[in-house]
Design a protein around this ligand. Structure first.
Ligand code: GLU
Length: 475
């Protein structure tokens, strides 16, 4: 049974790279009828941020990445929060001391700082303390850490994405496994937990590649089976730099706030390092579960292209079932457009294919509440065969015609404008173009003169048409 885990540290917002890791772990588990586990890695107490756990839960829920075991739902391998597993790590660290694969280190900060200043890794000063010295120090409550003893030789391992990697052990330091506060480092806890939680596939960012030999030496020291490793390439921005908050959106929360839909984000993120066998670009989560293959992961850095995500978002908006879109867009209309008695459903229908973000919809209708300042030359349109002169004459006829209407439905308005065309031997564009410019003050609107007139109501429409006359006359 394949078991994967998402193991975030609760240090703030969910970075795009972390969400991609979670997604791939989820997909690897789900595409193999396996289990996806959530584990909170909070052993670095200095980096904890309030509410960060909630952000993790919320993110996975919004993204639709349901886990099978985790802190809030339990499971057979809990607790799933590392700070609640303190005793477990200590027990295993002591076992390593027993077998000579780890040792107590009582070096104080000054000593370590001076090594650090000289750019030296730990010099094994405490490696050969006698049992008596160790006991004496422990009894005197001298603060200590427990370090891994790295043996001579080479360590080779296979990563599913990066292939075979060999590292000379001389490049690895005797890293700390248990810190002076009694809590494990990430480097130790991840190995112990991945083993105890029976994790088969470890997915994480490629920044962990260089530490992996140390983890493997730990697995070997315990006689545990090494998991399958899947390290993921970096995600870079359009300038080839590491994604960061400073250079724009770097977290899931940022993107949601900017108006990206969760499904669009997930779809886009799925493609940052993985490519399907076909040219398909749009995937629902269940489709990804079917298609995802570890062998199609790439080791070249992925480029996070906001323009592409924006486009994808607009496509997702187009694909939304209308009722869902309408429910999402309605509050924006209600909040942004003051005029009441509008047919919001109609506005929604006209918006769905024209926006990148749902919140943009009201801006398509910004002319309703207030006629924008517009240039009189908008009336001139070669293809529509309109000029400043004929627009002036035609608008006069339109005002006359519409002014006589007693009922103001779209059918009535349309019939009147069509009558103006027919009765005066004009082209459609010569009537509808100037009418729309006069009513909206814009040359691009999501609907035509008829709909706009109906939205505005009779008196406002006539006012705007008359205002256009004064503009044209004053020209
Ligand atoms: N807690 C680590 C992090 O947030 C997890 C790395 C891993 O998945 O092993 O980066």
């Amino acid at each position: 049974m394949i078991r994967t885990r998402f193991a975030p540290s609760p240090t703030g917002f969910m970075h795009i790279g972390n969400l991609r890791t979670a997604l791939y772990e989820y997909l690897i588990a789900k595409s193999n009828s396996g289990k996806f586990i959530l584990r909170i890695e909070d052993t670095d107490q200095n980096r904890l941020v309030a509410d960060a756990e909630k952000i993790i839960f919320d993110t996975l829920e919004i993204a639709g990445l349901k886990y099978d075991e985790g802190p809030d739902i339990g499971g057979d391998f809990g607790p799933y929060i590392q700070s609640q597993r303190k005793d477990i790590y200590m027990k295993y660290a002591l076992q390593l001391i027993e077998s000579g694969k780890a040792y107590y280190c009582f070096c104080d900060k000054e000593r370590l700082d001076s090594l650090h200043k000289k750019n030296l890794s730990y010099d094994r000063h405490c490696k050969n303390l006698s049992t008596e010295e160790i006991q004496k120090n422990l009894a005197a409550k001298i603060p200590f850490v427990i370090r891994q003893f790295i043996p001579d030789g080479q360590t080779t391992f296979k990563d599913e994405v990066y292939g075979e990697i060999t590292v000379d052990n001389s490049q690895l330091d005797d890293q700390i496994l248990i810190k002076s506060d009694g809590l494990p480092t990430y480097n130790f806890a991840n190995v112990v937990d991945d083993h105890l939680m029976q994790i088969t596939h470890v997915v994480r960012g490629c920044e962990y590649l260089s530490s992996t030999p140390k983890y493997n030496l730990l697995y070997d020291a315990f006689g545990w089976q090494i998991p399958t490793y899947i390290h993921l390439p970096l995600i870079l921005d359009e300038n080839g730099e590491k994604l960061s908050k400073r250079r724009g959106a770097a977290s899931f929360q940022d993107l949601l706030q900017l108006g990206y839909l969760p499904q669009a984000i997930i779809n886009y993120i799925a493609l940052l390092g993985w490519s399907p066998e076909s040219n398909q670009e749009f995937f629902t989560l269940p489709e990804l579960e079917k298609e995802f293959k570890i062998s199609s992961l790439s080791k070249s850095p992925a480029i996070f292209d906001l323009n592409k995500l924006r486009w994808m978002n607009s496509e997702y908006i187009k694909k939304m079932p209308f009722d869902e879109f309408y429910a999402a867009v309605l509050p924006y209309f209600k909040n942004s457009i003051k005029k009441s008695d509008l047919d919001y459903k109609q506005l929604a229908e006209m918006s769905q294919t024209r926006i990148n973000f749902i919140y943009e919809a009201p801006s398509l209708f910004d002319f309703i509440d207030k006629l924008p300042d517009y240039d009189v030359n908008l009336f001139v349109h070669k293809k529509m065969k309109t000029t400043l002169e004929n627009s002036l004459d035609i608008l006069k006829i339109i005002i006359d015609k519409l002014g006589n209407l007693s009922s103001w439905t779209q059918d009535d308005i349309k019939k009147s404008l069509t009558d103006v065309v027919n009765e005066n031997g004009l082209k459609n564009g010569q009537v509808f173009w100037p009418a729309r410019i006069a009513l909206s003050g814009k040359d691009a609107t999501p609907c035509g003169a008829v709909e706009i007139a109906q939205m505005l109501g009779k008196s406002e429409s006539i006012n705007r048409l008359k205002f256009a006359l004064t503009k044209l006359e004053g020209n």
